[in-house]
Design a protein around this ligand. Sequence first.
Ligand SMILES: Nc1nc2c(c(=O)[nH]1)N[C@H]1C(S)=C(S)[C@@H](COP(=O)(O)O)O[C@H]1N2
Ligand SMILES: [Mo]
Length: 199
Amino acid sequence: MSIISRGFHGRARTEDSDLPPGQHLTTDFPVLSAGPTPRIHLDSWRFGVTTEDGNSRSWDWLGFRRLPAEEIHVDLHCVTKWSKLSTTWRGVSVDTLLEHVETSAEFALVSSYGGYTTNLPLEDLTDGKAWIAFEYDGAELHPEHGGPARLLVPHLYLWKSAKWVRGIELRDDDEPGFWEQLGYHNYGDPWREQRYWAD
Ligand SMILES: Nc1nc2c(c(=O)[nH]1)N[C@H]1C(S)=C(S)[C@@H](COP(=O)(O)O)O[C@H]1N2
Ligand SMILES: [Mo]
């Protein structure tokens, strides 16, 4: 698969135009976690969506893995200034998870096993912009990188891509998450270099 996608992309992705301002290229895959790596057994894993009205849906691992999944080719940009280009993932589009969910919420608060949270406008999770990913580079997602499953929102800095994701709360109001409360930018667009709250 990686051979095919390399041919498909056609060129080495090292041009400056591929990198947001202030970023440099890395070819390894750094691990950045605010705490220990939680180990989640697949038979107790759940992923849930809760709406502003208090309605909820949840999936166990088998139910989640029966949902249609897709291959994802994206660039990653971390606020600590590394970017990694043309990464390959497999995951379920957040659109698929929200298909039968009735909501008029504008915001989402994503939470993880281990207690991490991150917030973003709901529209940044929909229309093919975000996935719950369970494979990286053709193998099951390593626990250090968020396995069994993590959120992947590649158009925002990588702290928005919650590892060990356990649910999405749809909300009328915007509730800052873990790093957002500690001074990271509320939105985090790498192309506008929105690293910290004052950027
Ligand atoms: N649950 C959880 N998700 C998280 C984090 C974390 O500490 N806990 N760190 C975030 C940050 S700051 C970054 S840069 C990326 C790093 O992902 P990686 O370790 O797979 O490179 O995960 C994000 N998601
Ligand atoms: Mo980060």
